[in-house]
Design a protein around this ligand. Structure first.
Ligand SMILES: *[C@@H]1O[C@H](CO)[C@@H](O)[C@H](O)[C@H]1NC(C)=O
Ligand SMILES: *[C@@H]1O[C@H](CO)[C@@H](O)[C@H](O)[C@H]1NC(C)=O
Ligand SMILES: *[C@@H]1O[C@H](CO)[C@@H](O)[C@H](O)[C@H]1NC(C)=O
Ligand SMILES: *[C@@H]1O[C@H](CO)[C@@H](O)[C@H](O)[C@H]1NC(C)=O
Ligand SMILES: *[C@@H]1O[C@H](CO)[C@@H](O)[C@H](O)[C@H]1NC(C)=O
Ligand SMILES: *[C@@H]1O[C@H](CO)[C@@H](O)[C@H](O)[C@H]1NC(C)=O
Length: 344
């Protein structure tokens, strides 16, 4: 009976994720991409594009974000500061001044840290790595500046870019349309004068585990001081891949395929295990008194491609709203919500 119940709950949750790109543990989480037009030019505009990660626990790890969109007219990108388009495209029509990118669907990535100062703006050049708002609000922003040509040159004639795509760096985000919002107001550094963007539009992107992958990215094993039996992760917890999808820890292939070099699509290079998960979370009950209990959590990485430096672990348990002491971790309660546990 109990088994039936939990299966039912999981089914409901998956349907929920699919329908709404909605995360019950972070219901208001999103990434906004805001375009502030800071000047109109002879043939277009200059916009400051700011990406804010308002998610509580999901950061954008290495190798960083990729953002793409579609122009509505014949727009080109004359130049970008603090980022770059991955492809220039066909600019053969242009004589003299050649645009940075002529593609109808430009794809932009962040620059690496340490580029010359004249190629930087504030919050750029972090190799696309962006913290989550819950972990580090100040690091949860990324920005670049783009000069657009062959475009409308006023708020009446400009056509907003459409069909935004965000990889962070894995798939899983879906973005809504660009919406004109009240112009952003800036305060000068001395706080004595306000300026404002000439026009602002926002795009909101939300994450769905279901879009990202059919399978979870971690599994949980369990043990306790009162029982010598360790309950392992269920077999194939993260999908039942074939033996060729994983690598034995002593394999010569490891050197060839590269340790600690994440791929742009974030595909893992798994160590062979029966659960085939990139991450195992082991929950060991150390103390279980009437008044309190204590667990030791061990997290093991089975993905040779990733270091997982800025990781977060999200867990849900009826008594976690009263955690009294946490050792060697930073701990933060999320909104208490009735749902299943998950991993990122
Ligand atoms: C995006 O997230 C922010 C912060 O949690 C929230 O205030 C805002 O309503 C969200 N926007 C959408 C469209 O969900
Ligand atoms: C637009 O995005 C910014 C953050 O980039 C946010 O502060 C603002 O509230 C958003 N505006 C609307 C109307 O969603
Ligand atoms: C467009 O600009 C005019 C002034 O040039 C302003 O009155 C109007 O509110 C602006 N419209 C939008 C949608 O920003
Ligand atoms: C220890 O755990 C196993 C597996 O969960 C269970 O079958 C067994 O009854 C437990 N033993 C005791 C003494 O609790
Ligand atoms: C991962 O960590 C190892 C050892 O600390 C380091 O040599 C390697 O450069 C790191 N790789 C990445 C992609 O951060
Ligand atoms: C939290 O635990 C303390 C003692 O550790 C207890 O006094 C308090 O009632 C608990 N609060 C809740 C909401 O359970």
């Amino acid at each position: 009976m109990h088994q039936k119940y939990s299966l039912f709950a999981i089914f409901i949750a998956l349907v929920f994720f699919k329908a709404d790109a909605y995360d019950p543990l972070d219901p208001f989480g999103n990434i906004t991409i805001k375009w502030d037009v800071i000047s109109w030019t002879a043939d277009g505009y200059v916009a400051l594009v700011t990406m804010n990660n308002f998610q509580m626990y999901r950061h954008i790890p290495s190798p960083g974000w990729t953002v793409g969109w579609q122009w509505q007219k014949k727009e080109v990108i004359w130049s970008i500061v603090g980022a770059q388009a991955t492809e220039q495209g066909d600019c053969s029509k242009f004589k003299g001044n050649v645009p940075h990118c002529c593609k109808r669907t430009p794809i932009v990535v962040d620059l690496l840290p340490g580029v010359p100062y004249n190629q930087q703006i504030a919050n750029c050049c972090k190799a696309g790595v962006v913290s989550s708002y819950g972990q580090d609000p100040e690091g949860a922003v990324s920005a670049f500046q783009v000069s657009v040509g062959l475009s409308g040159t006023s708020n009446k004639t400009v056509k907003l870019p459409k069909n935004f795509v965000l990889l962070g760096p894995s798939p899983g985000y879906s973005c809504g349309p660009a919406i004109i919002v009240p112009s952003t107001v800036y305060l000068t550094p001395d706080h004595r004068r306000k300026t404002q963007a000439l026009m602002t539009w926002n795009v909101t992107c939300t994450y769905s585990q279901f879009l990202s992958s059919k399978y979870p990215s971690c599994c949980v094993s369990f043990s306790s001081f009162y029982n010598s039996t360790i309950t392992p992760c269920p077999s194939c917890s993260c999908g039942c891949h074939g033996k060729k999808d994983c690598i034995k820890s002593d394999s010569y292939k490891l050197k060839k395929e590269g340790i600690n070099t994440p791929r742009k699509d974030n595909a893992p290079l798994l160590q062979c295990t029966h659960h085939m998960c990139p991450i195992r979370v082991h929950w060991h009950v150390k103390i279980n008194y009437k008044d309190y209990w204590r667990v030791k959590i061990a997290i093991t990485n089975f993905n040779y491609r990733m270091n997982y430096t800025q990781w977060t672990l999200v867990a849900q348990h009826p008594s976690l709203n009263n955690v009294t002491r946490v050792f060697s971790f930073d701990y933060k309660p999320l909104i208490p919500y009735q749902s299943i546990s998950k991993c990122t």
